[in-house]
Every structure is written in C-alpha cells, then in structure tokens.
Design a protein around this ligand. Structure first.
Ligand code: SF4
Length: 455
C-alpha cells in the first residue's frame, strides 16, 4: 500500500480504498488475531476476573508503578517482579507498605484481564495520574503516550521510564526492555520506582474514585458461560437474539478524544444500546470508561439494560457490557461474531448478523484500521467526533454506501452518541428483518395501568 501512495502510482481513490480494506483485513484477521492468540498461549487465556478502575486505585502509602502503553510482554514481567519478596522488602526499607501496580490504556486491559491489576485510567487520564503526586514511576512502551508526559512529570517526582527502542521521549529515563533477559529489565524498572518513593513532595491528592469491574470475557469464556463445560456454544446467545430478548450485538471500542468531554460519548452510547436490549462487547479505552461508570458488573443489567437483555444477563450471571480486552483484542470480537454465524440461525455471513460497531471518541490512526477491518468483515461501523473524508462527497458516499454492496458492511459518521446508537439499532433492526426474526420479540401483556400510561 505504501508503494501505491508514492507519487505517480495509484491514482484512483476507489482502487486505493479497496487496497486499504485488504491491508486492514490483514491487520485484523492476521496481525491482531495472531498477537492475541500468541499472548493467550504465552500468558493464558483470560477468564472472568474481578478488578477495579479509576485514579482511586493508587495508594498513598505504597510505591505506585503505572504501566502504560500496549505491549504485554514487559508488563507481565513487571507484575511478576513486583511480587518478589526482595522487591517488597526493598519497598518497605524505603518507608512504603508495599508495591502497588496500576495500568493505563491498553496495557492496563492486558494486566487486568490476566492478573486483576487495577486500572488507573484511560488515554485522557495519564497526566491526571501524575498530578496525584503519588506515581513513583510511569513505565511506557508504545502508542498513546502523551508528548507532554515528561514535562508534566517534571512538576512532580514521577519518573517516566521509556522501554522500547522505537519510542524514546526527551526528559524520560530509558531502560530498554530486553526480551532475552526480561526479568533483569523488569527488576531494574521496579527498583527505579522504589528508589524514587522517598522523593515524593508531599503534595499527594488521590481522588476517592474506584469502581469495581469484571473483565476477562475471551471468546472461550463466553462460550463456556453460555453453554457450560460439556455443551460450550453460542447457542443460548443466538436463541435469545432470535426470540428477541436480545435485540442485537454491538462492539463499542476505541480511544478518548480531547475534542470532546472525557468518556461522555462512550458512556452515553453504551447506556443507550443496552437500554434497547443490545448487548455490548467492549475493548480499549471504551472498556475503561465503562468500568469507571460501573457498567461492567452483573448488577448493571438490572439498573441500565432493557427488560429482555437484563433477563438474559441475570440468567447467565454476566454484565450487559462484556470486557474483551485491549485494542489488539478486537480480534476476539471477530471470533465471537464468527462463532455466532457458525452456530446457525443468524445467516451465513458476519454481514447477516444483527450487529454493529462503533468508536464514539476515536482519535488514533489504528482506530481507522480497526474500523476498516470490521467494515471489510461485514460490520456497519459508526465513528464519532470527526471524520476525515467529509470534504469529498464522492469518497464519503463510496465508504458510507457503496461499501455495503461490496463488503456487506459500511462506514457511518455521527458525532452525537445517542443518534449514533440509534443508527446502530436501525441497522440491527434491518438485519433482523432480513433474517425474518423482526416479529419474534416477546409479546408483552399490558395490564390496565400500562394501557393508561400509553394514552
Ligand atoms: S483505545 Fe485508543 S487511546 Fe485507548 S489505548 Fe487504544 S489506541 Fe490508545
């Protein structure tokens, strides 16, 4: 694709965009999926696990280390090293009660899913974590690290530690992560954080915000939860979609965007979807936003979900919003969609499913690639905040309309999260109609009081 965009090569926008779909498909069904599978082989397939979220996960009397970025190799090693007795003793010798790890952005999702490590926040909370004055080290690898992070840290005692040869930041300490001697690198990083604990300036202010969440809904786990050990399958999910208790399925993912109020679009959209009986699969910073809003616990179903979805969540014991992991783990959503098609009764292709995707606060280039592989796989996908092709009607029509004939899925843009949720619901209803299950929603017998309310 880089050759095509070189001067004087591919000059037909349709041809270029089709190649973009091919590249994105190889990212989703190739790169991301292989990465997820390999991580599961190396570190274990996630299973439901209790965790907490928001800045309240930081501890005033412990060494706080925030692991921020995307690659789980280093973070897995830091989790292991932080539990070593000699490290805990070293922390105590510096006046701390212990070592407290917390995650930020997608690395947070990785170590939450496998170890239950608390999440300090998503993309727009990274500076706020430092401003608590309680972060002794923020360890970063790649992607989504603010350029200002080292400058903000200068006002406090926090050490910013870069670890990837691909991503260095002026003003940060660089301790390169060497995969061949992973524990040694991790020990050096944890020691640096511990040594920094006595340098705190006394201006500590940790907000009292900490919510409970349940994460770890891998494809394998969903299969097991729905069907049990001996009959693991998506059958109960498909049946509940066919009988209308669950209207459809939505993947809501993606970043924070500084152009809009933090998390507002995420929460408004997800609440609107579950209120309308659409079960939500979430990853990335959307998952963290949902955790902070208390949507990732089974009790959220009774409080926020429509009657049909709430009844299924109660029967199975799951939240109405299922946390599937980091941005890389969007491939888990593809696997779940494929499993639903294979189980039968909902068409022959992902594009037949009553399903839709969204990234209400997207901002990173990667989000476009992820959206493109969902569209190319047959999923109607809505992005919020801004859209890069609105200056050209021809290009926009190609992406928003013509793509549907070519791939079964197409793009849409809607900055209002409630309107965007209803675009998704309309699409879900269109697919229900095409499948002939639009009339299958359960009959509600109205008593006199309910009838009077209708008038
Ligand atoms: S969801 Fe977006 S902002 Fe959040 S960590 Fe992933 S790429 Fe970065």
């Amino acid at each position: 694709i880089m050759h095509r965009t070189h001067i004087g090569v591919d000059q037909d926008f349709k041809n270029l965009l089709k190649q973009g779909v091919r590249a994105a498909i190889s990212d989703g069904w190739g790169g991301s999926m292989i990465a997820t599978e390999l991580q599961d082989i190396l570190f274990g397939t996630p299973a439901p696990i209790l965790g907490t979220a928001n800045l309240g996960v930081l501890r005033e009397d412990e060494v706080n280390i925030i692991i921020h970025g995307h690659e789980p190799l280093l973070s897995e090693m830091i989790v292991a090293v932080a539990q070593e007795p000699e490290m805990i003793e070293l922390a105590k010798s510096k006046g701390a009660k212990g070592i407290n790890l917390a995650g930020m952005c997608c690395t947070a999702n990785e170590i939450l899913m496998r170890h239950g490590v608390g999440i300090a926040g998503n993309f727009l909370q990274q500076e706020l974590a430092i401003v608590t004055g309680a972060v002794d080290a923020m360890v970063v690898d790649v992607q989504c690290i603010f350029q200002s992070i080292a400058t903000v840290a200068e006002c406090y005692h926090t050490k910013i530690i870069t670890t990837s040869p691909k991503a260095k930041i002026p003003g940060a300490i660089h301790i390169e992560f060497d995969e061949h001697d992973a524990l040694k690198s991790a020990r050096e990083i944890v020691k640096t954080a511990i040594e920094n604990f006595p340098n705190r300036k006394g201006n500590i202010g940790i907000p009292d915000n900490e919510t409970v969440q349940i994460a770890g809904f891998s494809h394998e786990t969903i299969n097991y939860l729905l069907g049990g050990m001996f009959r693991a399958s998506y059958r109960p999910l498909n049946d509940n979609i066919i009988n209308g208790r669950i209207r459809g399925i939505a993947g809501v993912v993606g970043c924070n965007n500084a152009r809009v109020k933090h998390n507002e679009g995420h929460i408004a959209m997800v609440k609107e979807l579950i209120k309308n009986d659409v079960i939500v699969l979430t990853t990335g910073c959307n998952a963290i936003a949902c955790a902070e809003a208390g949507l990732l616990v089974p009790e959220a179903a009774a409080q926020y979900a429509g009657e049909g979805l709430a009844s299924v969540c109660e029967a199975v014991g799951i939240p109405p919003v299922l946390h599937l992991g980091s941005c890389v783990d969007n491939s888990r959503i593809l696997i779940a969609a494929t499993a639903m098609v294979k189980d039968g009764g909902l068409g022959d292709d992902i594009s037949d499913l009553p399903a839709a995707g969204a990234a209400p606060e997207w901002m990173s280039e990667k989000a476009i690639s992820i959206g493109q592989y969902f569209v190319g796989s047959g999923v109607f996908t809505v992005f919020g905040v801004t859209w890069p092709t609105t200056g050209s009607k021809e290009v926009t029509d190609f992406l928003f309309k013509d793509f549907e004939d070519m791939y079964g899925g197409m793009w849409a843009f809607e900055p209002d999260p409630i309107k965007a949720a209803h675009l998704m619901i309309e699409h879900i209803d269109k697919k229900r109609k095409a499948l002939g299950i639009d009339k299958a929603r359960e009959r509600v017998l109205y008593d006199m009081a309910m009838r009077r309310e209708l008038v």
